[in-house]
Design a protein around this ligand. Structure first.
Ligand code: BEZ
Length: 236
């Protein structure tokens, strides 16, 4: 826990591997108990600095447009800002009624958006980063697995909108790594070959190097790759 001088906010920074801090909240879709209500699903919990701001608007429209893709990946989107519920409702209505961006219009945001006027939830999740802003959350993204464990975290500053292809890639990467007990190389995209973890015995390593392990090919004893089964390529 850090205590910031400016506003006396108790800031904690949940890390990869930690259980997602629990909280109850009011949202645009009713009350939620987090992460309990979403057990068995992946969750992308993300914060935005403020309602009625342009970068956040472009992000919400993009999240809303991509929501079916996240649903197909068994993933619930949950947004948060330190604005109140009526601000959220008015902003989302304005987006639907008036805003057109990159060919998207009449966009309805159907996933829950948390009100956090007290900043308690934002502080619990390290979303208030006082040297960036003491009054607004940064653009945080928490990837939480079906057991409620934080698996990846990305922070963006106020001035930079998120890369949604990357958010989807991270989610698919985490799911793929879990499912196949493999790792993923730099710039990996769904459908590309994956990294096989180092063999844990000399015999296995030798077999791999000798090409005995079907599908696995090695550049050296520590760098082996393989394709995934064809049906997996549809995940993207
Ligand atoms: C925006 O979403 O446009 C924004 C929000 C806070 C600070 C700067 C930009």
């Amino acid at each position: 826990m850090l205590q910031t001088e400016e506003k006396n906010i108790m800031v904690s920074m949940p890390r990869i591997g930690d259980p997602a801090p629990a909280f109850d909240a009011i949202t645009t879709q009713g009350n939620i108990r987090f992460p309990e209500d979403y057990k068995g699903k992946w969750i992308i919990l993300f914060s935005h600095p403020a309602d009625f701001t342009p970068v956040c608007t472009s992000e919400f429209m993009t999240f809303a447009k991509m929501e079916p893709e996240f649903t197909r990946l068994n993933t619930q989107l949950v947004g948060l800002s330190v604005d109140g519920l009526y601000s959220h409702i008015a902003w989302l209505r304005t987006i639907k009624d008036k805003i057109e961006f990159r060919g998207m219009k009449n966009v309805e945001v159907k996933f829950p958006l948390i009100e956090d006027i007290s900043m308690n939830i934002a502080a619990k999740y390290g979303m208030i980063q006082p040297n960036e802003s003491t009054t607004k959350a940064v653009r945080a993204v928490f990837f939480i697995d079906p057991k409620g464990i934080i698996r990846a975290v990305i922070y963006y500053p106020l001035s930079l909108g998120r890369n949604f292809k990357e958010l989807k890639r991270v989610l698919i990467g985490l799911q793929t790594a879990d499912k196949h007990a493999i790792a993923l190389p730099a710039d990996w995209q769904p459908g590309e070959d994956v990294i096989v973890p180092p063999a844990n015995s000399c015999g296995v390593a030798a077999d791999r190097m000798a090409g005995k392990d079907k599908d696995v090919y090695c550049k050296d004893w520590f760098f082996c790759m393989k394709p995934l089964p064809k049906e997996e390529l549809e995940l993207a």
